[in-house]
Design a binder for this molecule. Structure first.
Ligand code: NAD
Ligand code: MG
Length: 386
């Protein structure tokens, strides 16, 4: 039996993970489950899986959580410090599935325990970058990528030396607005932006897929996970989302990983690694899919991948600023305060401000994140729709 903690248990990745755990109940002992504020949903999961501990990061949700867990013996806690403490409880596997830089401190706490971390929370790695990868090395932790593209690359690299890699290609569906002309993009509503053709995901990553910032963040994520150099990292649009990414070797061989557009496939690969387990996903039916197509990204209509590549080249604090500005802008878009095309514009404007010094520690990363958020919030006031 292995022990598992899920940070962000009530979200889309959390639900997919728990679906797999539910099918293999006798193999897992659940240590901690966390959520932002959905106390009722969290308590139900904690009861079902017999968790030791349930944590809501929002303190106002604690009374409801306590009440829902009364008499179960499951500990209830709240607040940022409790979230970090939960992540620091020993577990064989920690699934980092919080959305945003909010997941960084708990993910770092899990890394410091030296266990295995299945990382979905790309914003944490994009922001902390070398601070996180250095902590992984220092504490002898293992980072398994949950993100479908990075999990694909991880699988395509198995048994190969990174020195033999010529290039890595991230595939991108292009999102629901892929065919929209620029003038129409300005009018895209949150509902249209979230309506992803291939994947059902949380609201934030769905908007990121529509702007292509998801691929931008993934470009930086890949840069840290697979050190082949920025010039060897490519992006190609592949609307069917069947090939999840590819690795090209020096001899001209390209390995690709294919699968259904269901996060349970990469999550299962992490849960079972280095083995394999069954998933309930429908097998890939290539004859029914018919064709796989590819096209180059259009960075005039979707500038986010260009911004991410520039931030990655610049290094230091730039990726933190990119991510923080994007988080603030996406939240404003979802709240109906700004237009779709303002998201990338705000990120670009925030990146254009004086760069903060390169971060050396987790505290430095969090300080840059807070500064960039404040700067974007300031600029937001200027573009807010009435
Ligand atoms: P989601 O919005 O569905 O769930 C997020 C989870 O984090 C919830 O449990 C929520 O309660 C918790 N949370 C949110 N804000 C928090 C905060 N400030 N403090 C503490 N907890 C907080 O998101 P998701 O779609 O499951 O995505 C989670 C992460 O996985 C993201 O980084 C996303 O980019 C990545 N990811 C998701 C998918 C997918 O298919 N959903 C695919 C690849 C990568
Ligand atoms: Mg992805």
């Amino acid at each position: 039996m292995r022990s598992i903690t899920i940070l962000g248990a009530t979200g889309s990745v959390g639900a997919s993970t728990l679906d797999l755990i539910r099918r293999n109940r006798d193999e897992w002992r659940v240590v901690a489950l966390t959520a932002k504020r959905h106390a009722g949903a969290l308590a139900a999961l904690a009861r079902e899986f017999g968790a030791e501990l349930a944590v809501v990061s929002d303190e106002s949700a604690l009374p409801e959580l306590r009440e829902a867990l009364a008499g179960t013996g499951i500990e209830a806690a709240s607040g940022e410090a409790a979230l970090v403490e939960a992540a620091a409880r020993p577990a064989d596997l920690t699934v980092a599935a919080i959305v945003g830089c909010a997941g960084l401190a708990p993910t770092m706490a899990a890394i410091e325990q030296g266990g295995t971390i299945a990382l979905a929370n790309k914003e944490a790695l994009v922001s902390a970058g070398a601070v996180m990868t250095a902590a992984v090395a220092r504490h002898g932790a293992t980072l398994l990528p949950v993100d479908s593209e990075h999990n694909a690359i991880f699988q395509c690299l198995a048994g190969n030396a990174i020195a033999n890699v010529r290039s890595i290609t991230l595939t991108a569906s292009g999102g629901p607005l892929r065919e929209w002309p620029y003038a129409r993009l300005r009018t895209a509503t949150p509902a249209q932006a979230i309506d992803h053709p291939n994947w059902r995901m949380g609201a934030k990553i769905s908007v990121d897929s529509a702007t292509m910032m998801n691929k931008g963040l993934e470009f930086i994520e890949a840069h840290h996970l697979f050190p082949v150099g920025l010039d060897a990292l490519r992006i190609v649009i592949h609307p069917q989302s069947v090939i999840h990414s590819m690795v090209e070797y020096r001899d001209g061989s390209t390995l690709a990983q294919l699968g259904p557009s269901d996060m349970r496939v990469p999550i299962a690969a992490c849960l079972a690694w280095p083995g394999r387990i069954d998933t309930p996903c429908a097998p890939l039916d290539l004859a029914a899919i018919g064709e796989l197509t590819f096209q180059a990204p259009d960075e005039d209509r979707f500038p986010a991948t260009r911004l991410a590549r520039e931030a990655a080249r610049q290094g230091g604090a730039a990726p933190i600023v990119l991510n923080a500005a994007n988080e603030v802008a996406v939240a404003a878009f979802l709240a109906g305060q700004i237009a779709f095309t303002d998201i990338s514009a705000l990120v670009e404007q925030t990146l254009g401000r004086d760069p903060p010094p390169p971060p050396q520690s987790l505290d430095d990363v969090l300080a840059v994140d807070a500064l960039a958020r404040a700067r974007t919030a300031e600029m937001l006031e200027l573009v807010r729709v009435a």
